[in-house]
Design a protein around this ligand. Structure first.
Ligand SMILES: NC(=O)c1ccc[n+]([C@@H]2O[C@H](COP(=O)([O-])OP(=O)(O)OC[C@H]3O[C@@H](n4cnc5c(N)ncnc54)[C@H](OP(=O)(O)O)[C@@H]3O)[C@@H](O)[C@H]2O)c1
Length: 333
């Protein structure tokens, strides 16, 4: 539909073609013309790093674009942006750092790597004058990071609070609505793909702690190692706890929160009893929500899908297009 325009061309590599990498690829394929029309970026996925190449072939990615060697991507000077979607801390962090050293911008949904290696990754981006974005790392499709960094930049924040893990929210909602025990709901969540085979990071609050660490860094300009955030999960919540909450017109939710008062930061992740008046009370099932309080804007809340190939891919694509716009501006300067 649109003419190829070399001046608008941005080439992309995706590392890891699983849930998020695959969703990102499909959105780019489906929305190529829309992105060109709206943002003036002619975006092409030119290489994919895959451990299981058949997953890439199933998406229609040609064999010559698929590699299992990271060097094929790092040494390819035509690649402008690298999306790291393999997950985990290593080799993900090393791949991102090496890509930046090669002058490539980096986009990632990987909250564990971003939270653990916050300073190293930001310093590398600055040193190499490249863009580093991670919108999908907190709240999946909810554009909370860009909102905090850009639209709300004039605020001093006093509080950030949210339901940051869809799996635990789904489990708590089903335990309450369907009157079922924790183990049964967890199994159902795993069958439906809302929970991983190993659900520890989700149900023990570790995933929420990673996301809270990122939100604290953005809102309060302070780094807190996620491992030092006081964290409790939901695995010990039983039916009696749920019923007792209901009798008091309350709900149990896994809440991640941080507050800055007179220069002192307090933060925690754990199950809390919420009343009907709480903005997070009606955030149910696999949904996420984040509320931030700024001195200028007051309290503001965003709610949406915190996981899944397309909601997460939506945020990754937004970051890719933003990084691409900067690349095109520099190219034409
Ligand atoms: N899933 C979500 O809804 C969601 C939401 C927000 C953020 N995230 C984050 O996004 C990242 C990816 O998650 P995901 O759910 O997409 O995981 P996933 O479905 O397991 O996909 C990861 C892919 O990376 C591949 N991979 C792993 N190590 C590799 C390596 N060394 N070289 C090449 N490929 C490698 C895996 O290959 P195999 O197929 O061989 O295992 C898999 O295809 C994680 O950091 C996660 O926390 C996910």
């Amino acid at each position: 539909m649109f003419m190829k325009d070399k001046n608008k061309s941005v080439k992309l590599a995706i590392l890891g073609i699983g849930t998020v990498g695959g969703g990102t690829f499909r959105i780019i394929e489906n929305s190529h013309d829309l992105i060109l029309q709206r943002a003036g970026v002619d975006l092409r996925v030119s290489r994919v790093l895959a451990r299981s190449p058949e997953k890439a072939y199933r998406l229609g990615i040609p064999e010559k674009a698929v590699t299992s060697h990271i060097e094929d991507i790092l040494e390819d000077d035509s690649i402008d942006v690298v999306v790291e979607a393999i997950g985990g801390i290593e080799p993900a962090t090393s791949y991102m750092l090496k890509a930046m050293q090669k002058g490539k911008s980096v986009v990632t949904p990987n909250k564990a790597a971003v939270a653990k290696n916050w300073a190293i990754l930001h310093e590398a981006a600055e040193k190499n004058d490249v863009t580093f974005r991670f919108e999908a790392a907190v709240g999946g499709g909810i554009p909370i990071i860009t909102s905090i960094k850009e639209q709300l930049v004039g605020n001093n924040f006093t509080e950030v609070r949210g339901i940051l893990n869809g799996t635990s929210n789904y489990i708590l909602t089903k335990m309450a609505d369907d009157n079922l025990p924790y183990d049964e709901v967890l199994k159902d969540a795993q069958d439906k793909g809302f929970a991983e085979a190993d659900p520890t990071a989700d149900v023990e609050g570790l995933d929420a702690a990673n996301k809270l660490s990122i939100l604290i860094a953005l809102c309060f300009n302070m780094y807190v190692d996620p491992e030092t955030i006081p964290t409790r999960g939901i695995s010990r919540i039983n039916e009696a706890d749920i019923r007792s909450a209901e009798e008091n017109k309350q709900k149990i939710k896994l809440i991640a929160s941080a507050r800055l008062e007179e220069g002192k930061l307090t933060c925690k992740v754990g199950p809390e009893l919420l009343t009907e008046e709480d903005v997070l009370y009606n955030v149910n099932d696999e949904y996420n929500a984040i509320s931030v309080t700024g001195d200028a804007v007051g309290e503001i809340m965003m709610r949406g899908k915190g996981a899944g190939a397309f909601p997460t891919g939506s945020a990754v694509v937004g970051d890719i297009v933003s990084a691409s716009s900067t690349i095109l501006l520099k190219r034409h300067a």
